[in-house]
Design a protein around this ligand. Structure first.
Ligand SMILES: NC(=O)c1ccc[n+]([C@@H]2O[C@H](COP(=O)([O-])OP(=O)(O)OC[C@H]3O[C@@H](n4cnc5c(N)ncnc54)[C@H](OP(=O)(O)O)[C@@H]3O)[C@@H](O)[C@H]2O)c1
Length: 347
């Protein structure tokens, strides 16, 4: 049994907690809360042990929240910490807690891979470098966009790699998650320096990839348009679809009107948290033009990285072969079944 603690209980942390607390291979230690707000009640209702910073214990108790102990205590009793801090907070946690206590940690995609606040020397993408994470003490799980790009690019590389000249990706990013209380601003904003290009090159170094990112007023998933240029004539649409036919975590849809239709369908179908946990290729707008292929796919921002974290844990701590890990993750997340259902709903 791996003893796992989740440091953070936001959009990602609470999803991780829901899965890891019910995984029979995991001895779930609990979650960290830093603010004595009603999300603490949500964690209590889910039966999780809650740990808080030592200077906050009284505040939580005064509000009537049931606290198990302090965060440092929980970490010292864990084998692995899954850090789910707000973007950039993982670095301070590593320096103050994980390194001094000699604890392995998974960080999320909002952390830095390079520079002064770098938290790890690799970014994990289960489709590309799963085995490389085995035995590592610190690894970053790529962000949802970065995970999605890897999931699309790697099968293309394996099938057509020597013919691919370059990738140009336009990321159309959702403004906020459904659960976020922050307003969605009526604006389209651009990113001067998107991190995604360098992040993907961390696990696919030879890719000739260029990324532009725009944030739009929506809460319902990201949409990527990936333009792939080939030396000579591009493969046919059928060849591209066949490439993804049996890809884990990739659905091929044909009649979804937009990202909201998929999210609402996932909620109506009772998928946990309304997550599909995958990318969805939109077949009806997949275009082949001379030497160019344009693939548009939506990316379940909050759900994508949860099975990825689960796979990463199995590589880092259990040193399990990828095929076995995928089977286990699929049993827990039911992704193959969800994919079949979505493909039928949007055929
Ligand atoms: N949201 C997404 O769609 C998404 C997708 C992929 C990757 N990610 C990445 O996942 C990470 C978390 O994102 P999120 O969306 O879950 O953020 P979030 O909803 O804003 O939650 C952040 C959490 O961090 C907690 N926190 C505060 N101080 C902390 C500390 N020192 N250590 C640990 N946790 C602390 C907060 O706890 P309190 O509420 O108790 O203050 C809050 O629950 C980021 O790196 C992000 O880039 C997010």
């Amino acid at each position: 049994m791996v003893r796992v603690f989740i440091n953070g209980y936001g959009n990602i942390g609470r999803r991780l907690a829901a899965v890891l607390s019910s995984d029979k291979e995991v001895q779930f230690i609990g979650i960290a809360k830093y603010t004595a707000d009603d999300k603490t009640k949500d964690a209590m209702d889910n039966g999780f042990d809650i740990y808080v910073p030592d200077w906050m214990v009284n505040q939580f108790k005064e509000k009537g929240y049931d606290i198990t102990g302090v965060i440092s205590q929980a970490i010292s009793g864990s084998d692995l910490v899954v850090d789910a801090a707000k973007e950039g907070g993982g670095y301070d946690n590593k320096k103050k807690l994980y390194e001094p206590m000699n604890k392995a940690a998974i960080f999320q995609g909002g952390e830095d891979r390079h520079g002064e606040r770098s938290v790890a020397d690799m970014i994990h993408n289960s489709r590309v470098n799963y085995a490389k994470a085995a035995g590592k003490a610190y690894v970053i799980q790529g962000s949802c966009n970065v995970s999605g790009m890897g999931r699309i690019m790697q099968p293309l590389i394996e099938n057509f790699g020597d013919r691919i000249r370059r990738y140009d990706v336009t990321l159309i990013r959702r403004w906020a998650d459904l659960e976020d209380s922050k307003d969605v601003k009526d604006s389209i904003e651009w990113d001067k320096n998107p991190h995604h290009q360098d992040d993907v090159r961390d696990f696919i170094p030879a890719s000739n990839l260029y990324v532009d990112a725009y944030k739009v007023p929506s809460r319902m998933m990201h949409l990527h348009q990936m333009v792939i240029r080939f030396n000579g004539k591009a493969p046919s649409k059928d060849q591209i679809i066949e490439t993804f036919r049996n890809e884990f975590g990739v659905a091929i849809l044909n009649s979804a009107r937009g990202t909201a239709a998929i999210r609402k369908k996932a909620m109506d179908l009772g998928f946990r948290h309304g997550d599909t946990n995958m990318v969805h290729i939109h077949q009806e707008v997949l275009r082949v033009q001379d030497d160019t292929i344009k693939i548009s796919y939506s990316d379940d921002q909050t759900g994508m990285v949860i099975p990825e974290n689960h796979l990463l844990m199995q590589s880092m701590i259990l040193d399990r072969p990828r095929d076995e890990a995928i089977k286990r993750t699929d049993r827990i997340f039911q992704m193959t079944k969800k994919r079949r259902i979505l493909e039928e709903e949007f055929k």
